[in-house]
Design a protein around this ligand. Structure first.
Ligand SMILES: C[S@@+](CC[C@H](N)C(=O)[O-])C[C@H]1O[C@@H](n2cnc3c(N)ncnc32)[C@H](O)[C@@H]1O
Length: 204
């Protein structure tokens, strides 16, 4: 998930997240959609947030298998990101809170693309319903600005498949709900409430 304007510093207000953080609220909603179930957390999901709003870019990794303190509300999620942004971001990952790590780096520096299929979610892509989506795939989304030509060139170089979740331009967090739902439906439920075990891409 790329946050083109998302601040790389912790000095934003939890009282006005959209107005002071370069739209970290969008990233918070994406985190909610990626992880939060009615009664739990999707432990088999990893999310990588690219924050570019000031100075060198930072990446925050949320790792479902050991993620703690995540609640459905945006304020709590933003507070977790704030903590991660208060740490010194180096070239290696630094742990912030359980399941949350931060490092310096941008989209091009992510090692998760080395394995599995990469999907670039874009309105004019191929309909995801007709595609054999890999359970261990990596899905890349833009924010309210979208991805730049340079980002698209990186994804093209990785052989990313361009995938659409429908004919209308949606909010990024809604796209994540649709992809999770599609993957849920393709999996044989392990118990009456469903659930799935997908390989994670964690590299810490
Ligand atoms: C609000 S949209 C971005 C709109 C932005 N104005 C643009 O032109 O890129 C946020 C992100 O959600 C994803 N997205 C939105 N609608 C989609 C769709 N129908 N299919 C696939 N991805 C979609 C894309 O990754 C997009 O960058």
């Amino acid at each position: 998930m790329v946050g083109n304007l998302a601040t790389t510093t912790p000095d934003f207000s939890l009282e006005d997240i959209p107005g002071t953080s370069g739209r970290i609220d969008i990233l918070c909603r994406c985190i909610n959609s990626a992880f939060v179930l009615s009664h739990g957390i999707r432990r088999d999901v990893d999310a990588y947030l690219i924050l570019r709003g000031g100075g060198a870019a930072k990446t925050i990794h949320l790792r479902g298998r050991d993620l703690r303190h995540l609640n459905p509300d945006e304020r709590t999620t933003a507070a977790l990101l704030k903590k991660a942004l208060a740490l010194e971001a180096e070239s290696r990952w630094t742990k912030s809170t359980p399941g949350i790590f931060v490092r310096a780096g941008d989209l091009a520096d992510l090692s998760i693309f080395r394995g599995g299929t990469t999907y670039y979610l874009r309105e004019d892509g191929s309909d995801h319903r007709g595609l054999p989506l890999a359970r261990d795939g990596t899905f890349v989304l833009g924010d309210h600005i979208g991805l730049s030509e340079a980002d698209e060139a990186i994804l093209a170089g990785l052989g990313a498949e361009i995938v659409s979740v429908g004919p209308k331009s949606l909010h990024a967090d809604h796209c994540i709900v649709l992809i999770n739902n599609e993957l849920d439906r393709r999996e044989v439920p392990s118990h009456p409430a469903g659930g799935r075990e997908r390989r994670t891409n964690g590299d810490e």
